[in-house]
Each structure stands twice: as C-alpha cells, then as structure tokens.
Ligand binder design. Structure first.
Ligand code: AMP
Ligand code: MG
Length: 405
C-alpha cells in the first residue's frame, strides 16, 4: 500500500494542465486562470506625476531653503489630477500641484504643502527637500512592452486592477475543468425522496459539487448509479466523454458489490493507485483514460471530504492551469486533546485550529470520529495528522495540522 505522500506525487505527475482558452470580459475573470501573457503599450506611471499635494519646483531653486531663510517662488499654474500642464517652470517659478497631477516641464521635485506658506500668487518654501522628492517617474513601476502578468496566474483583486490598467477589458482565461460526479450504491436515494428502511441519502454528490465549485471547477453531477456492473459501465463511459475528470464515491472497497475497479479495467482504464495508507480514505482508486483521470473514492462522507482536502485540491488546481499551484497547507501546532490512532495508517482527525500568540492550536471536533459521521465535520478548519507508527499524541504535544477551508 502506498503512503499519502507517494499517492499525492503519483496523482500530480499524472495531471496535464488544461490548455484550452476562453474569452471572458474582465468583470467575469475573478478566480480564473490567465491563459496568456499580458503586456501593455503604456508605461506605468504613464507620465511623471506628483505623489503628494504641494508645489512642483526646480530643486536648484529650493536647495538652500530653511525655516529662517525661506525661498519665495512665483506660482504660474495650478495642476489638479487629470489636467495637462501648459507652462514650463522657469527659475524662480513653481506650480501648485495635487496628488496624481502631471509634473510640469522644468520641474523635478515636489515640496509638500506642509513645508510652505502661500502668499497671494507667491509661495514661501521653508524646507529643502531631497532632489526628485515625491515624483513618481514615468515607467518606474513598469516599462511598456515588458511582461506585465504571466499566463498561469490566478486572477484575484490585484490582478483585476492591473488588467484594467492595461486596458484588457476582455481576456483569455483557461477553460475551467469539468468534473463529473457519480454516486454508486443500491442503498442511495436523492434528498427529495422519502427515506425507506435501509436506505441512505446521497450526500457525497453535494459535497463533491460544492468542493469542485469552490476550487474553480465545473461540477457535472450525474446522479446515483446502482451496484450493477452494466449500469456502472454505461455511466462511467458516458461520464468520461463529458468531463476532464470523473469522481465516483463508493464501490471501491473489497465488498461483493464493489465493482468500480473491475469496470475501469474493462473500459480500458489504467489503474495507478488502489489504496492509500490513510485513515479515513484507504480504498482510493486512481485510473487514467488517456489524459483523463478517474478517482474512485470511498463512500463514507468523511473519507470523501478528507480525500478531497488532502489529495484532490492541489490536483484540481494543477489541472486548472495554475502555474504556482499550492500544496496542502500543513502547519505545526500543539494539540489541546489526546489524538489517538492505531498507528497503521496516516490518520486525519478533524477539528478546529486557532492561531494564538503565533502558535497554532488544534482542538478535535466533539462527537464521534467515525468516517460515516458527517455531522461534526461542520465548521472544521483543520485536520490533526497522526503519522504512521504513532499511537498517541498527548495534550500539549506538537502536531501537524492540515489547514482546510
Ligand atoms: P462503500 O464505499 O460503497 O462501501 O460505502 C461506504 C459507506 O458509505 C456505506 O455506508 C455507504 O452507504 C456510504 N455511502 C456511499 N455512498 C454514499 C453517498 N453518496 N452519500 C452518503 N453516503 C454514502
Ligand atoms: Mg457501496
């Protein structure tokens, strides 16, 4: 059986990031992955401008100014932001200027208004500023033609602002991954049906749809498939036609009704992983159909969630074309409860993590830590990890914590 880290590597190595592009308007681009390098024909700043409210001066005019011997300059123009200066500043002259205002010809330095006193059409300067003080120079942030944003980055608020500044009102982003979802099991019913004895309501379909959506994919929920080889075969082959990935839950254990692996092989899938030394989540099937991936994950809701958090989140990010996809955030902290395991598999216990005085503290969720209990998964933001070979982590001891949500 493979370790979690080994399986993580196998999965990531199998993933070929999506290259297909689509055109979206800028306001629809949040959370999308940029599909092409962006450059601008403009320098940033577009022109020299003032970073402060004050006076645009020649440095040589004010270099000797002091509190007791202020320099008097003639104000020849007023330059609010958005105005194009009409005058060239000559020796002994200045222009009143406001933040963002364009620096006039002849001036090279800004004196902030706090260091001046206005007297009619003159201003007294009391302090000698450093030369070029508070001038934002044309092209000092970015030179026209250079790469401004690289393909493969995620578009968050700062990138939106940069794209707008570069006048990119429509952009190419990577097509979002489509992930088909199948729930397998004769016992399952949809949430709108009345529960009969022995049945179970399909929650995994919803859990997975939400997880996929949260992580930039397009969920394609394909419903419940009975534990029947032919039905499963049809459902899987149809799902593979429609999606980049197929995720099914249930039917990957060693029970009589667990047909998934058999059907995958029959359909020509190459099985790369069959189980992982992880609790919950041991029976995990990963198969490839060309570039498409199939994940058969166990039916227990907590196993499904933990497998998503630990193994599929990074994988989905890589598939989506993000260049710097992020690995799971695993931090070190201390546990406020005893954490127990049989020591045979890497064990994930769900709970809450708080950052107190710079230290992460992990508190295990109340209630049963059965992989069938999804009720105490609510509000979870961290999973305490007990390594293989460890049976007990004592209160106050060091623990690795996987940060989620
Ligand atoms: P299996 O992996 O098929 O052996 O299922 C393991 C357990 O998870 C069984 O108790 C199933 O009833 C339950 N289960 C399977 N699929 C789902 C699902 N889609 N939603 C909720 N529970 C499920
Ligand atoms: Mg089943």
């Amino acid at each position: 059986m493979l370790t979690v880290t080994e399986v993580e590597k196998i999965i990531l190595d199998l993933i070929k990031p999506i290259k297909d592009k689509e055109f979206v308007s800028l306001l629809d681009a949040t959370n999308r992955i940029l599909a092409e390098n962006i450059s601008s024909v403009l320098d940033f700043p577009y022109w020299d401008n003032s970073a402060m409210d004050g006076y645009a001066v020649k440095y040589t005019d004010v270099s000797i100014a002091t509190e007791n011997n202020p320099v008097s300059l003639k104000i020849v123009e007023e330059i609010p932001a958005g105005y194009c200066p009409q005058k060239t500043i000559a020796q002994g002259e200045t222009a009143r200027i406001f933040t963002g205002g364009m620096l006039p010809q002849g001036a090279d330095t800004i004196v902030i208004q706090e260091n001046t006193k206005r007297e009619g059409d003159k201003v007294l300067v009391f302090v000698s500023p450093p030369t070029q003080n508070f001038v934002r120079h044309k092209g000092s942030f970015y030179r026209a033609g250079d790469t401004l944003l690289s393909a493969g980055i995620k578009i968050n608020p700062p990138e939106m602002a940069i794209l707008a500044t570069a006048q990119c009102i429509n952009i190419h982003v990577v097509r979002s991954p489509i992930v088909a979802i199948l729930s397998t099991g004769d016992e399952l019913i949809t949430p709108d049906k009345e529960l009969k004895l022995g049945q179970i309501i399909d929650s995994n379909q919803y859990l997975l749809a939400s997880f996929i959506q949260q992580n930039g994919g397009i969920p394609l929920p394909l419903g419940i498939i009975p534990d029947d080889e032919t039905a499963l075969e049809n459902a899987i082959s149809q799902a593979l036609e429609k999606a980049d990935w197929v995720i099914s839950t249930g039917g990957v254990s060693v029970g009589e009704y667990d047909y998934v692996d058999k059907v995958l092989s029959k359909l020509g899938g190459e099985i790369k992983v069959q189980s992982v030394k992880m609790k919950p989540g041991k029976p995990l099937t990963v198969a490839t159909f060309g570039d498409k991936l199939y994940f058969g994950i166990p039916g227990n809701p907590v196993s499904t969630m933990v497998t998503c958090w630990r193994l599929l989140k990074t994988a989905l990010e890589k598939l989506s074309g993000k260049t710097n996809y992020s690995f799971p955030s695993i931090v070190r902290g201390i546990t406020r409860n005893y954490l127990r395991s049989d020591g045979m598999r890497e064990t994930y216990l769900w709970g809450n993590v708080n950052l107190i005085d710079g230290y992460y503290q992990f508190t295990i969720a109340d209630g049963s830590h059965s992989s069938g209990n999804l009720v105490n998964l609510q509000g979870v933001n961290g999973l305490g990890i007990i390594p293989i070979g460890t049976n007990l982590i004592e209160i106050g001891d060091d623990v690795k914590i996987l940060l989620v949500n």
